[in-house]
Ligand binder design. Structure first.
Ligand code: CA
Length: 369
């Protein structure tokens, strides 16, 4: 059975995804009997973003082009925007099932598979970008993420980070906890659940419907990403106040998911190239968001006279308390989720102590505070 399965798999592999051609100076492909065979892998990447969407879609494009370039064309990745091959929220299943070899999205979209997936994208009052990368690459996070996706036949890789997001756009001032009562806000995921427990009404809307919903008063507030993406959406035209900080998404990691069978068919040098390209894309997106958020905030404040507001301490303290409850409840689902939660929590508590006397102390000192 096993043998037969392998043969069938190999046949399917030749039919879709892998082409062999005779190229100069290449070693024969494993099992091939013709000399100078060059294997070319034609891979599809499905994404949860609109094609070429700034930062996120272009991050997926960068990852694909890095793989194409670094492999000298031995892997050719074609990128599909959301709905071009599969809808946004079917990316995980499409890559797990082999419809595509690669996916680009964010792990919190797959909370239906496991609530613990959310630890690998963003959780309220969780880790910022620097801390996420520390946890994933050198703090044991990556191993846990791989273990979580293993039963689905997927290999996860970090492939981008937006940095700290903004709290969002509001048409109502938030001065006390009372102001959250009945607040209709577009805020998905765990952040939405926290808002609900604080008395608000979270609404889930795709990016394309945010502007008109805020304009028509269907919602009182929305979060999206940060100045770079929010400026592009024109949200300043339909909201009075721009609140910070983005307590609900402190450093969202984007992911690359790879179909394990397809990855296992690659020779070791190409496997290393896919991993290196993801690491490079991860770094590059954070740099892009840092530079472009900075420039876009300047434009919002100076050209569009946006009113910047900080959430009051009382509000942040309550949201933090509720977030701790909501996040801890993920651990109750199953033993794997508990282990991931405890590892995350242990790392977070330690890194808070370190960053208090390093990053925070430096930023305060630089600001003269
Ligand atoms: Ca967001």
């Amino acid at each position: 059975m096993k043998r037969r399965h392998f043969v069938t798999g190999a046949g399917a592999m030749l039919a879709g995804g892998v082409l062999s051609g005779c190229g100069g100076g290449e070693q024969p492909a494993a099992g091939g009997d013709q000399p100078k065979m060059k294997t070319e892998y034609r891979w599809k990447m499905v994404t949860t973003w609109p094609k070429d969407f700034p930062g996120l879609g272009t991050g997926a494009n960068l990852l694909a082009s890095l793989i194409n370039q670094m492999s000298g064309g031995r892997i050719h990745v074609k990128v599909y925007g959301a709905k071009e091959l599969v809808p946004a929220f079917e990316v995980f299943d499409a890559v797990a099932g082999g419809t595509a070899e690669l996916g680009h999205g964010a792990a919190y979209y797959w909370k239906g598979k496991s609530g613990a997936a959310q630890f690998f994208s963003a959780v309220p009052f969780g880790l910022n970008a620097l801390e996420m990368n520390g946890w994933l690459y050198h703090g044991g996070g990556m191993e846990l993420w791989e273990e979580l996706y293993e039963p689905f036949g997927l290999i996860p890789m970090a492939a981008g980070n937006t940095g700290v997001q903004m709290g969002g756009w509001f048409n109502r001032e938030i001065n006390t906890l009372e102001d959250l009562q009945g607040l209709k806000m577009r805020i998905p995921g765990l952040g939405g659940e926290v808002l609900r427990r604080a008395g608000g009404t979270p609404v889930s809307l795709p990016g394309g419907e945010i502007f008109t919903s805020l304009q028509s008063g269907t919602i009182d507030a929305t979060e999206w990403v940060g100045p770079y993406n929010d400026l592009a959406f024109g949200l300043y035209k339909v909201a009075k106040y721009y609140y910070y900080p983005g307590w609900h998404e402190p450093g969202t990691t984007l992911e690359c998911i790879v179909n394990r069978e397809a990855f296992d068919r690659l020779p070791p040098d190409l496997q290393a190239i896919v991993r290196s390209a993801a690491a490079q894309a991860n770094q590059s997106m954070l740099a892009e968001y840092t530079a472009k958020n900075n420039a876009a905030l300047h434009t919002l404040l100076n050209d569009h006279q946006v009113e910047l507001r900080r959430f009051p301490d009382e509000v942040l303290a309550r949201l933090r308390e509720l977030s701790d409850q909501v996040v801890a409840e993920i651990a109750d689902k199953d033993p794997t989720s508990r282990r991931i939660y405890e590892a995350f929590r242990g790392y977070r508590d330690q890194v808070i102590a370190w960053h208090d006397i390093s990053e925070r102390a430096f930023l305060n000192a630089r600001a003269g505070g």
